[in-house]
Design a protein around this ligand. Structure first.
Ligand code: FAM
Length: 432
């Protein structure tokens, strides 16, 4: 059975659950909203539904019920490799089932057929000024392909809500299959003098590593990186933006491009570039002197006292060390234990949490995914850290595209929360 057939089976099984909840229990309360939450970025307001992943504040992320180590262990891997096929992970996110090796390889073939990037995308990228941020290039490339949308063609022919998931799935898979080539092109065009390496049309991890021009085990790094960054339930800014835009019946190209713009913010995905930027600044100021924990503490306090945040630490939902951080730390311990930047990041792990606790503002003083990911990329030669969020974006696309495919399958509504004026809040406060 193909992934699409399996997905349709799952959709048909799932639809009655959503219909029943709406029809029989639509009025049941899920929670209440405080003034704090209305002003404070809707933190903790439970008003989104997704079955693709769930983020427990203490445990961290589970993809379709699987923790990160369970996911990595259960999915089929290329021979001799440590990390699973990204294509098999796409199957897991869409269906909730672990694919067999045969099902995974069928999908690898499907991705190869879809991976051709239209040549006009490269014309668009080349027309941008050379100092354009790579995230602008990435988001523009995705948006430029919108005319390929099968969902929009389906909509224009006469929209049928029950079948809309099909073309959304097609668009999502087309986009995913093309993203590694687009990302690698941006890198080689911007930083390697336009020396473009042809797509070897293998699996997604191998394709990306080859086109970046980096030898093994970077193919495994790519698989690990894309899977780890894929999904973090649906309230984070990139997932939520993608979902919000898709809820207007915009297609996957418009929606993902918008989501990527959210990822480009320093409080979100851009934090991984900020971590490396921050560290490089420290190294430069020290002028060759090895930082001790005392010196590192001084820099951390200096940053806090200047009013800036410590990138790579804290989280809106998590209240412990991010398992995505742990997973990458384990990779570093195995592959780059003596790397200088890894040692500095590890030193930050030892000094920052206590300082954030002492400062008394951050609800979570522990590191998040972004504290560690740049170290690995730097080690493998990608020192142009303003590119890091593009790789985060390739990974994040897997999660958000799986989500909007299911949004269509379950006919989720146009998102439209209600706003109040400050005077109304003051009135509510007075009466409380
Ligand atoms: N350094 C300094 N101050 C911090 C901090 C940090 N790492 N994390 C939180 N705070 C401050 C925060 O700025 C806020 O201060 P004000 O009251 O003055 O506004 C206070 O602590 C309470 O914030 P919070 O409730 O603990 O966190 P939020 O839910 O508001 O924000 C983050 C969550 C992630 C935006 C915040 O922790 C942060 O700015 N971290 C640094 C940037 C970062 O690493 N972002 C990446 C997050 C990552 F998981 C991702 O999306 N990729």
């Amino acid at each position: 059975m193909s992934l699409k057939e399996k997905l349709f089976e799952k959709i048909q099984e799932h639809r009655p659950r959503t219909t029943r909840l709406l029809k029989e229990f639509g009025g049941v309360k899920v929670g209440e909203v405080t003034i704090d939450q209305a002003i404070g970025g809707a933190r903790g307001v439970r008003c989104l539904v997704t079955d693709i992943s769930y983020l427990d504040p203490m445990e961290g992320i589970r993809f379709r019920g699987y923790t990160i180590p369970e996911t990595m262990a259960a999915l089929p891997k290329p021979e001799g490799k440590d990390y699973p096929y990204v294509e098999g992970f796409w199957y897991l996110l869409l269906t909730g089932d672990i694919p067999t090796m045969e099902e995974t390889l069928e999908l690898v073939e499907d991705f190869k057929k879809r991976s051709e990037v239209p040549s006009y995308v490269y014309d668009v990228l080349k027309a941008l000024p050379k100092d354009t941020h790579p995230m602008v290039m990435f988001s523009s490339a995705i948006l430029a392909m919108q005319k390929e949308s099968k969902f929009t063609a389906f909509y224009n022919k006469g929209f049928n809500k029950m079948d809309a998931w099909d073309s959304m799935y097609e668009d999502s898979t087309d986009i995913l299959a093309r993203l590694p080539e687009i990302a690698a092109f941006i890198y080689r065009y911007k930083y390697k003098g336009g020396d473009i390496i042809a797509n070897p049309k293998s699996d997604m991890g191998t394709n990306f590593a080859t086109m970046m021009g980096i030898d093994a085990p970077y193919d495994d790094v790519a698989r690990m990186y894309f899977i780890l960054h894929s999904d973090h339930e649906s309230g984070n800014a990139s997932a939520h933006t993608t979902h919000l835009v898709a809820s207007t019946l915009s297609d996957a190209y418009y929606s993902l491009s918008a989501g990527m713009n959210a990822l480009a913010g320093p409080l979100h995905g851009l934090a991984n570039q900020e971590v490396l930027g921050w560290l490089q600044n420290v190294i430069k100021k020290l002028d060759g002197v090895e930082p001790t924990e005392e010196i590192m503490k001084k820099f951390v306090w200096e940053t806090l006292n200047s009013g800036a945040v410590i990138p790579g630490f804290g989280h809106a939902v998590l209240r412990k060390t991010d398992p995505r951080y742990q997973s990458q730390r384990e990779f570093c311990e195995k592959h780059l234990p003596d790397d200088k930047i890894f040692k500095y990041v590890d030193m930050l792990y030892r000094v920052v949490p206590d300082i954030l606790v002492e400062q008394g503002k951050a609800k979570n003083p522990w590191p998040n995914v972004d504290a560690q990911s740049g170290v690995i990329q730097w080690f493998y030669g990608i020192t142009e850290y303003d590119f890091y969020t593009v790789m985060f974006g390739v990974g994040r696309a897997i999660g958000v595209l799986a989500n909007i495919t299911w949004d269509r399958a379950l006919g989720y509504a146009l998102e439209r929360p209600k706003s109040l004026t400050t005077a109304m809040l003051e009135d509510i406060a007075k009466k409380a």
